[in-house]
Design a protein around this ligand. Structure first.
Ligand SMILES: Cc1cc2nc3c(=O)[nH]c(=O)nc-3n(C[C@H](O)[C@H](O)[C@H](O)COP(=O)(O)OP(=O)(O)OC[C@H]3O[C@@H](n4cnc5c(N)ncnc54)[C@H](O)[C@@H]3O)c2cc1C
Length: 621
């Protein structure tokens, strides 16, 4: 019988990189706005005119969204769910009844067959009411079985599982293990072919599996026997569709977190679980790629939940800042609070533009892997700032629980819960750091294709010579053209007052492309380790994408609804002013920063050279 040697040892950085590279999508078959942006090309035609929902789709989604909204309003008590740590069975049953577990599952298999945008609208409604419910529905549909099944399932698999899922069978996605977080190379869950070859035998333990404790079906990633390619061992990770009723599947500890108190999240154990051969998803060795591709659209749920948080916070801040009087004036009249509210309004508009545009671009068939990563990164970080400001604006009441406020006879505004529930968004489905690295890798991709052999150690003399010729030919045209452009001319006139911002995006895209190139030339292979520099480049790209999305959306609103559109344009204008300042600062930081001494101090801390800083407190851990 084939075996998979256990990976009890640490995986080296090179091995980890190799596994990640093998899973990377290397082709760019469809257009990508952000990839072009990093290369200095501003493809406004890809986002303008701003896409709109198909009226037929709108008409089909409307009754479902209306029923969902009514259900959430009348039947869901989010404070109770948070307090008790359980979602009442009747709430889950009601959501199943509405079809909320099969929003994107095609109609021929019993689902609602709605689009990505309609799904996002539904998740915005859910997220505006209850984080734990959002986790349940999103883990099931964004990363759980329906999405990879739709993308990679065989007809047989779809016929077997879609109807069950549409009826409300709960699903989950199990990748993480105690030793496997952001880096999957050290995966220890294994699957080996059974002796008769009809099944795989699955063994191992998964951690933090959202919906795991209540799931009927789980996508499980496991190591399968390595392949030898060109004399080298290539690790294989394969995705399996596992029914939790099968013998050997066991639910372990249900985890309890800072927030999302009623999320069903826990460890799953697999002991000699016999998985039929036909339950491999996509193919042997394609598991990690499946996870990454699934997440390209799966990642769009978190950005839209940020929009829900932003809208709630804006309302809460508006009401409180008008009502609360201190020092003789409503606090909203004090400049410090007003600044926060102004920025919050602009950021909420931007978060919606970013999330919605990504949803539309994915429906148009564009390659949105970078857009989705930016949306996840940008919106979750923006959302956290908005919530932090809302807590501050609410003062002591921002820190008090809704139950305690209610008990004192005050309005039970749940800012404290919103903050606890939101924090995980910066960690799961690709932490902020991993999103930065993922985007940076793709931003550098074209340069690595052209000149990688020149800077990567270990390439032969002839490879270096070939790379030199290739780079000389490419950069002779590319580099000067990143300096020349017409973006100070009166272009983009149809955007009215926003045209100047789009010209800034165009100019800055060229500056960004030059920045990427200059960093590569200056730091060579060491650039990989200069994460703070790479992150600044990514942050500039993210701001430029947000600016473009905001301008395109405001322009669309202006055309479709004059008065509201004019207000949107003013907000977009302010957002772009804020973003331009942030972009300038990030560019400046590329050449003037304290990254090296800061890294140095961190290493001293890690070596224990500054334990004196930690003295004077009680250490009980
Ligand atoms: C509430 C919750 C729900 C979850 N749901 C699921 C689920 O349904 N299915 C599932 O499979 N997993 C799930 N996870 C796991 C989640 O996806 C991981 O927590 C996440 O991938 C990060 O892994 P980690 O926590 O092990 O952090 P680590 O990977 O150990 O990272 C720790 C810190 O180091 C940073 N870091 C790591 N590598 C680098 C690097 N190369 N450069 C710079 N910084 C780096 C990270 O960003 C992070 O800040 C869930 C986790 C939680 C807490």
């Amino acid at each position: 019988m084939a075996t998979v040697e256990q990976v009890g040892r640490r995986v080296s950085a090179a091995e980890a990189r190799e596994v990640a590279e093998a899973a990377r999508e290397k082709e760019w078959a469809a257009a990508s706005f952000v990839r072009d942006l990093f290369l200095g090309k501003f493809r406004v035609d890809l986002i303008h005119p701003y896409p709109q929902t198909d009226p037929e789709e709108d008409a089909r989604a409307r009754p479902f969204l209306a029923a969902l909204e009514k259900f959430l309003r009348e039947k869901v008590d989010a404070d109770r769910i948070d307090r008790e740590g359980e979602i009442p069975p009747e709430v889950i049953a009601g959501l199943k009844e509405l079809g909320a577990f099969g929003i994107k599952i095609p109609r021929e298999y019993g689902g609602l067959g709605l689009s990505q945008i309609s799904y996002m609208r539904a998740m915005e409604l859910v997220a505006s009411v209850c984080g734990s419910l959002t986790a349940l529905l999103s883990a099931h549909q964004s990363i759980g079985v329906p999405q990879p099944l739709k993308l990679f399932g065989t007809e047989e698999q779809k016929k077997t599982y879609f109807p069950r899922l549409a009826r409300g069978a709960v699903s989950a996605f199990a990748l993480t293990e105690p030793g496997v977080g952001s880096d999957p190379a050290a995966m220890e869950t294994t699957a080996v072919p059974s002796e008769d070859g009809t099944a795989w035998i699955l063994n191992g333990e998964k951690l933090w599996c959202t919906n795991g404790p209540v799931a009927d079906l789980v996508v499980v990633m496991a190591r399968t026997p390595s392949k030898i390619v060109d004399g080298k061992e290539k690790r294989q990770i394969t995705a399996f569709l596992v029914d939790t009723s099968w013998p050997g599947v066991e639910v372990g500890h249900r985890c309890d977190f800072m927030g999302l108190k009623a999320m069903y999240n826990g460890a799953l154990r697999f002991h000699n679980v016999r998985v039929p051969r036909e339950n491999v998803l996509w193919g042997e060795g394609k598991g990690l790629k499946l996870a990454l591709v699934t997440l390209n659209t799966g990642r769009l749920t978190l950005p839209i939940t940020t929009v829900a948080a932003g809208k709630n916070c804006l309302r809460i801040s508006r009401e409180w800042a008008a009502e609360r009087v201190q020092w003789g004036r409503p606090i909203g009249k004090h400049d410090a609070i007003a600044q926060k509210i102004g920025a919050m309004a602009a950021s909420t508009f931007a978060a919606e533009a970013v999330a919605e545009l990504c949803g539309f671009l994915s429906e148009r068939g564009y390659d949105i892997r970078l857009e989705a990563a930016i949306a996840k990164l940008y919106n979750s970080e923006t959302g956290w700032r908005i919530i932090d400001d809302t807590v501050q604006i609410r003062g002591g009441r921002g820190y008090e629980t809704a139950d305690s406020l209610r008990a004192r006879g005050e309005k039970p505004v749940p800012v404290e819960r919103i903050m606890r529930d939101f924090r995980i968004n910066l960690i799961f489905e690709g932490s902020s750091e991993i999103m930065h690295l993922f985007i940076a890798r793709e931003a550098l991709d074209r340069h690595l294709q052209i000149a990688g052999d020149l800077i990567v150690p270990g390439t032969s003399g002839s490879e270096k010579l070939r790379a030199f010729v290739r780079a000389a030919l490419f950069y002779a045209w590319w580099y000067p053209s990143r300096w020349l452009g017409w973006s100070r001319w009166p272009r983009y006139r149809e955007f009215g007052t926003l045209a100047g911002h789009l010209r800034f995006v165009e100019r800055s895209a060229r500056r960004l492309a030059r920045g990427v190139f200059h960093c590569m030339v200056r730091h060579g292979p060491k650039l990989e380790h200069r994460q703070a520099l790479l992150f600044r480049l990514v942050d500039v790209g993210a701001e430029l994408f947000a600016m473009a999305a905001v301008c395109a959306r405001a322009q669309m609103l202006l055309r479709s609804d004059g008065a509201a559109g004019e207000r949107a344009v003013r907000i977009a204008d302010l957002f772009c002013q804020h973003a331009r300042r942030r972009v300038r600062l990030k560019f400046k930081g590329l050449w003037s920063n304290d990254d090296v001494p800061t890294y140095g101090l961190a290493q001293e801390v890690l070596r224990g050279e500054h334990l004196w800083l930690e003295q004077g407190v009680v250490n009980r851990n």
